[in-house]
Design a protein around this ligand. Structure first.
Ligand SMILES: Nc1nc2c(ncn2[C@@H]2O[C@H](COP(=O)(O)OP(=O)(O)OP(=O)(O)O)[C@@H](O)[C@H]2O)c(=O)[nH]1
Length: 402
């Protein structure tokens, strides 16, 4: 199964919610019209046109992490990621030359066609885009957790130049997917890898958001890329959290450094730095506690970890990943606001996008904060961490085919 098909099947809850909603909206006052009517109404959106304008070059294949020019050591060459980690299944856009010319899409058969028995195009239900319809579309996006502002932005963009025109469900989906992909384009950035080692990755987020699982998945991908990884179980106050991380370490084949229950997480982080240096590790991933009940304590805990690791490397941590749970919907927005105050968040990973009808929250996050989205979690298995591709995501969210 291609990565896109997998993503699409995993995002089914959000897309089917949007699908059902869109059908109900178009049925409400929609009239049947021939398929070619849309072309007359809106020449820029013939059916089958790709969401994005055709690319001259094939789109780059996204990964959950990427080599990048170092901050501190600009002379060193970026690390090369072996092909083993390239998500080979990701389809490269091949639709470039397949978009039919509008005239070719107006495929009502002529006399010869009719004589040869070609069928008339099936009539499609379309509704005229007016204020009432726009309001309904906006509400639908809000129910998928896209947030009020982002939902308004998406519907306003799709309405531009199309007010009073007739639109079908499929046309609305394509217009929306195009706008969503546009909003998310600038935040789709794989996690940067630096030549400086050990690269310290601090992983933050509320308990249960999927930090442990994401660390395990990332460690497994790094390992497959030939990197040496060390994990530090920084949530020393919860034995269950440490055990869970050990399970993931075993799965990924990566050592997990632990400390006795209740010991100082900063001291563990310091020891982990020492160990990672001794082992010549490329990456040190530090799990942290996510108790928001006492924010002052958590802030102190996180800043102490940072202070201590900076004694060994003044540039650390090199990444601070905030892990967010998609099933919390708009609550993820306030989590970003809180963690931005607690730590210097450098990028996001959104988990549990499978099985939730609230996948639109990622669009809202991208629109509101513009923080890089490195990867998305689409299941509980070790390989269920996908690179974030805005176009595939937008299409999957809207239930469209590539
Ligand atoms: N369906 C699904 N479940 C996920 C995903 N990521 C994590 N989970 C599940 O979410 C639950 C919590 O994940 P953890 O990784 O333990 O979360 P945590 O943030 O480390 O939580 P604590 O250990 O309590 O701090 C587990 O049951 C995971 O299997 C995902 O992408 N999809």
């Amino acid at each position: 199964m291609s990565l896109f098909s997998k993503l699409k099947s995993r995002l089914m809850k959000t897309s089917s919610k949007l699908d059902e909603g869109l059908e109900a909206i178009v049925e409400d006052g929609g009239v049947e019209s021939s398929a070619d009517e849309a072309i007359l109404a809106d020449p820029v959106m013939p059916e089958g046109v790709p969401v994005e304008p055709p690319l001259e070059q094939p789109a780059p294949i996204p990964e959950t992490f990427a080599p990048q020019t170092p901050i501190e050591t600009p002379d060193e060459t970026p690390i090369e990621i072996p092909d083993a980690v390239t998500p080979l299944e990701i389809p490269v856009e091949t639709v470039v030359n397949e978009a039919p010319e509008p005239s070719a899409t107006a495929n009502k058969p002529g006399l010869v066609g009719r004589l040869l028995g070609r069928k008339e195009t099936q009539p499609v239900l379309r509704r005229t885009l007016d204020d009432a319809m726009l309001e309904q579309l906006e509400e639908l996006l809000i129910t998928a957790d896209m947030g009020v502002e982002t939902s308004m932005r998406v519907t306003a963009a799709m309405a531009e130049g199309r007010y009073g025109k007739k639109l079908s469900v499929d046309e609305i989906k394509r217009l929306m997917a195009r706008e969503i992909a546009r909003i998310m384009e600038s935040v789709a950035k794989p996690m940067p890898l630096y030549p400086k080692t050990p690269q310290v990755v601090l992983v933050v987020g509320v308990n249960g958001s999927g930090k442990t699982t994401t660390i395990g998945k990332l460690a497994s991908q790094f390992k497959a890329a030939g990197k040496t990884v060390v994990i530090a179980a920084g949530d020393t106050f919860r034995a269950a959290a440490v055990e869970q991380l050990q399970v993931w370490g075993t799965r990924a084949g990566v050592p997990v450094l632990t400390a006795p229950e209740g010991s100082d997480p900063a001291s563990l982080a310091f020891d982990a730095m020492t160990k990672a240096e001794e082992l010549g590790a490329d990456l040190l991933m530090i799990d942290t506690a996510g108790r928001l009940q006492n924010r002052a304590d958590l802030m102190e805990e996180l800043s102490k970890i940072v202070r201590v690791i900076r004694k060994k490397d003044a540039t650390a941590p090199h990444n601070t990943l905030l892990v967010l749970d998609a099933t919390t919907g708009q609550n993820a927005i306030s989590q970003v606001e809180i963690f931005q105050k607690l730590a210097d968040v450098s990028g996001l990973v959104m988990t549990k996008l499978d099985g939730t009808a609230r996948g639109g929250v990622l669009v809202s996050l991208a629109d509101k904060f513009g923080l890089p989205i490195h990867a998305i979690g689409v299941g509980e298995q070790i390989d269920d961490l996908a690179p974030f591709d805005p176009e595939d995501f937008a299409k999957a969210l809207m239930g469209l085919e590539v």
